[in-house]
Design a protein around this ligand. Structure first.
Ligand code: C2O
Ligand code: CU
Ligand code: CU
Length: 534
């Protein structure tokens, strides 16, 4: 099936089923190679592509009342052609299957931990009670399992799931502990959008990596990467570098997920063609939004429609230098790439099916209210500052930082070969405090709608809220960017943003929700808070 990833046969899909492999692993690792041989002998081979055919994650439908087994375990995977390396994932491959859930159902998921370290799983964007969600806990010990029911009641959307153990999230997601999650509902199913998985409805999990000579992704945090996030020079899509997707020469839906630790993708097609944004993080937008570029920060998703009747196209991302502001001074931390980099190439193939048409309207999404006076407001100030203790000497204030905020940095330090000092090189805080396990920072009444103001004086941060969706009211005092007009759960805050959040799911102090920066080194380093909804 390597030859024809754009049209997975039922057999091909079943060949991967139960093994947790990507449905069309293009590199002949494991059982996929058997299916490959069969397909090859049955059909004349299509011309070789210049690159690696885009693998498509296996799609699994979760069934009402039934239990799906999600197994976190080690696997082998080749990011670079013919260079298989050790990775982790769910079900035997790099990353996990795409889990599809229907609105109105209550499937169960059982997470089994076959790793040597504790794990958990967070349903990013899913509206469920805190106890059904992995926040910083419950930790699932090696060999243990954790089961929960997911009561699905929210609009169709592209979500994702990932490990969320405090202090380890960047490393775990880098290693492969993440996957897509799709919500379906009747309204979206009636729109006639392209919806054949891997054919004209194509998931693109975007990541960046730095590889060693053996093809192993390396991750070596330093004080600078804790401060600004770790960027990789090679873009990988669905786990492979130099990806080429064969697509039908008609309207195609791309589901984009930024699953990097720190890169803000600044996406555009090299021929500058326009495309239509149809969904943001948490669901369809009111009507398609025509764009020629799209910024996608860590944690964010977008669905776009691209017309490949217009011919072949390559998706690029522009460099993402991080600006660091300190008072009047602005320093620029350059990206590891200094020119646009290829993300994925699309090769259209003629097929007999008629093209879908772009719907004029997509969803009922009322404009946010003009006036929000009378609503409860909360303010969150996200700061990145050098740790004064690294300059001055340990005092009472530093003791506070050590006991509350720096154990996680200590862990990064040990993993990444930094000094094992318990002093973090930078202080990552929200409202002056680094995250502390067990501390509840905010208490929100169940059913409340509030205005949250997020301020980021030092640099931009992708701010994310668990267990709730929001609308962006303003960005830097202005109206939201065109790609931030839909339902969101993560927003890139350049200087400031106001969001209107509705809290419809409960979370007690035993399993609180979290808000945090989704730049994963920042999250791990303490730029996170916990809140209850009750
Ligand atoms: Cu995707 Cu708490 O995060
Ligand atoms: Cu989340
Ligand atoms: Cu941040």
């Amino acid at each position: 099936m390597t030859d024809r990833p754009h049209r997975p046969t039922r057999r091909a899909v079943l060949a991967g089923a139960g093994l947790g492999l990507l449905a069309s692993a293009p590199l002949g690792i494991g059982p996929a190679s058997a299916a490959k041989k069969k397909t090859r002998s049955a059909k004349p081979a299509e011309p070789e592509v210049d690159g690696t055919l885009l693998p498509i994650p296996r799609l699994v439908d979760l069934v009402d009342g039934e239990t799906f087994d999600l197994v976190a375990e080690a696997a082998t995977h080749a990011f670079l052609k013919d260079k298989p390396v050790a990775v982790v994932g769910y079900g035997g491959g790099y990353m996990g299957p795409a889990l599809r859930l229907k609105r109105g159902t209550k499937p169960k998921v059982r997470l089994t931990n076959r790793l040597a370290r504790p794990t958990n799983v967070h349903w990013h964007g899913l509206l469920v009670a805190g106890r059904s969600d992995g926040g910083t806990h419950p930790g699932v010990a090696p060999g243990a399992t954790w089961e929960t029911e997911l009561a699905v009641d929210q609009p169709a959307a592209t979500l994702w799931y990932h490990a969320h153990v405090h202090g380890r999230t960047a490393q775990d997601v880098h290693d492969g502990l993440c996957g897509l999650m799709l919500i379906e509902d009747e309204t979206s199913a009636g729109l006639g959008l392209p919806s054949a998985w891997g054919v004209d409805d194509i998931p693109l999990v975007l990541q960046d990596r730095t590889f060693d000579a053996a093809g192993r992704p390396v991750r070596a945090p330093t004080p600078t990467t804790v401060e600004h996030g770790l960027l990789g020079a090679t873009m990988i899509v669905n786990g492979v570098a130099d990806a080429v997707a064969r697509v039908p020469a008609r309207l195609v839906r791309l589901r984009l997920l930024n699953a990097t630790g720190a890169r803000n993708f600044r996406l555009f097609f090299e021929d500058q063609r326009s495309f239509r944004l149809i969904a943001t993080d948490a669901g369809l937008v009111a009507e398609p939004i025509e764009l020629t570029r799209l910024v996608l920060a860590p944690g964010e998703r977008a669905e776009i429609l691209v017309d490949f009747a217009e011919g072949a196209a390559t998706l690029f991302t522009a460099p993402d230098p991080h600006e660091h502001r300190a008072g009047a001074q602005t320093t620029l931390l350059p990206d590891v790439v200094d020119a646009p980099v290829k993300v994925v190439a699309f090769e259209p193939v003629k097929d007999e099916r008629p093209s879908a048409v772009v719907p004029a309207t997509l969803a009922e999404l009322p404009a946010p209210p003009r006036s929000t006076s009378g609503l409860k407001r909360r303010r969150f100030e996200l700061r990145v500052r050098p740790n004064p203790a690294m300059v001055a000497q340990v005092g009472a204030h530093d003791h506070h930082a050590m006991s509350h905020g720096s154990t996680t940095n200590g862990q990064i330090a040990l993993d990444g070969g930094m000094t094992a000092s318990s002093e973090p090189p930078v202080l990552l805080t929200i409202n002056g405090k680094p995250f502390a396990m067990g501390r509840i920072d905010e208490k929100v009444p169940l059913g409340a709608t509030e205005v949250w103001e997020i301020v980021s004086p030092d640099m931009s941060h992708p701010f994310h809220v668990h267990g709730a969706h929001f609308r962006v009211l303003s960005e830097d005092g202005d109206k939201p960017k065109s790609w931030n007009r839909g339902l969101k759960d993560t927003v890139l805050v350049e200087n400031s943003a106001e969001i209107l959040v509705t809290f419809t799911r409960p979370a007690g102090s035993d399993a609180p929700f979290l808000y945090h920066c989704h730049l994963l080194e920042h999250e791990d380093g303490g730029m996170m808070g916990a809140f209850t909804v009750e």
